[in-house]
Design a protein around this ligand. Structure first.
Ligand code: F0G
Length: 420
């Protein structure tokens, strides 16, 4: 590997570490972030920006690599052609916004945004020669890590899952991609604690988003969105928050674009949680007071049922930088919005619906105003959560239920049912 132009820096005490070290925290206990010498990888930002238009044939990680992670040796990249996800314009359906666009990260290879971080994380593990990678997960990180480890030569994935708390589709992903799959009788926070203890003791590479290399890959979501918008900055990005890695990545990528002069203003950020799993929201209400970990309550948005978000401090820093807000939504709100977005032909998971419900709620309360251009990030595909969707539609008391009908094989009965 040639001398990297990236280093780890502690988010609190600024201590620096070699990027080739296998470490996730500073000696002071705080998380690290990766700092690149972007003046060296992108000496002429305007030329770089123009060159991106001619590189649409490349998958997103290669295309944006100079800003995402310039120190990654190209020969070590394990890509499953993640990225280039659609940015749906649904402004016509929602005229109470100047514009509303939905960035559908569920259209990635393993059906969630996690592929963006895993292409970076697993490729780096490959570059470092790691043979075993591990994560705790609410279902999507594990699916992505299992897939990318499967795609790597000589790499085995190990996933720790909260028993009974992830969907059958997500479970099937980890198993079928070949990861060693361990269900544990605890919640996500319990799995996260165990995985940190284990990787402190053994040389297994940790690929949760507390590994700041993953954050670098996830920056691509915001950067690609801006590219799709021809670098015209929306007023708002709305994003669901669980362990708080993704909102941290979104903020970091946008800050870097701004520092290069690729964009000329910053959007505002809104993080959204569910009422039963809302430690960031509680902190926000108290002027971003210190994290008070919660016992997260069950939610249909099971991927963000997290009470002790590892990247809390990073998320708060980004929210403050972007004049951000945090909202919280109920189970009814999120499931009703899921049904409404699904019915537009855009299949979303309950966690993505948290983002949409948050946008609607912030619009209704006037935090987002009618003149605002808004991008809501959809984090995973609806087909990962079919049981939740079928149950919603099977219950006529739900406002947007589309109840399935069951009839005998008779033409009369069919005609009666169709009112013909
Ligand atoms: N949406 C989905 C679909 C997710 O899977 C997650 C996190 C989030 C949103 C929240 O992102 O944690 O960076 O704030 N899923 C993790 C997992 C925890 O294990 O798959 P975050």
């Amino acid at each position: 590997m040639t001398t990297p132009i990236s280093i780890f820096t502690c988010i609190e005490c600024d201590k620096k570490y070699d990027i080739r070290d296998i470490r996730y925290r500073c000696d002071c206990g705080n998380l690290l972030e990766v700092i690149h010498d972007l003046t060296s990888s992108i000496p002429n930002p305007l030329d770089w920006k123009t060159s991106l238009d001619g590189r649409k044939g490349q998958s997103a990680f290669y295309r944006y690599q100079d800003i995402l992670f310039p120190s990654m040796p190209k020969e070590n990249i394990i890509s499953l052609y993640e990225g280039d996800t659609p940015l749906y314009d649904v402004s016509y359906d929602f005229p109470n916004f100047k514009s509303l666009k939905l960035k559908h990260e569920g259209m990635n290879p393993t059906l969630s945004f996690k592929d963006r971080g895993m292409v970076a994380g697993v490729s780096w593990a490959n570059a470092l020669g790691c043979r075993h990678v591990i994560c705790a997960s609410t279902g999507d990180t594990s699916a992505a890590m299992a897939a990318y480890a499967g795609a790597s030569p000589n790499m085995k994935g190990i996933v720790l899952l909260p028993k009974g708390n992830i969907s059958p589709e997500q479970l099937a992903q980890a198993i079928t991609y070949g990861a060693l799959t361990v269900e544990i009788e605890t919640d996500f926070d319990g799995c996260m604690k165990l995985v940190q203890e284990l990787t402190d003791k053994h040389s297994i590479y940790l690929l949760n988003s507390m590994n700041s290399i993953r954050i670098e890959g996830q920056k691509a979501i915001g950067i690609e969105t801006l590219h799709q918008l021809d670098w015209k900055v929306p007023d708002w990005f709305i994003i669901p928050v669980g362990n708080a890695g993704n909102i941290s990545a979104l903020g970091k990528g946008l800050r870097e674009l701004y520092s290069l002069g690729i964009i000329d203003k910053l959007p505002r950020l809104a993080g959204v949680q569910t009422d039963g799993a809302s430690p960031l929201y509680e902190s926000y209400k108290n002027k971003f007071s210190d994290l008070v970990p919660q016992k997260a309550k069950p939610t249909k948005a099971s991927a963000i049922q997290i009470g002790n978000p590892v990247s809390f401090k990073k998320a708060v820093r980004e929210l403050q930088h972007f004049d951000g807000v945090v909202e919280s939504v109920s189970e009814t709100e999120l499931m009703d919005w899921k049904a409404q977005i699904d019915s537009l032909g855009i299949s979303i998971c309950p966690n993505s619906a948290v983002s949409v419900s948050g946008a609607m709620k912030l619009r209704n309360s006037g935090v987002i105003n009618k003149q605002d251009n808004v991008v809501a990030i959809l984090t995973a595909h609806g087909s990962k959560f079919s049981n939740t969707a079928v149950k919603y539609h099977d219950n006529n008391t739900n406002q947007f239920a589309n109840k399935m009908l069951i009839i005998k094989p008779s033409i009369d009965e069919l005609e009666r049912t169709l009112e013909l």
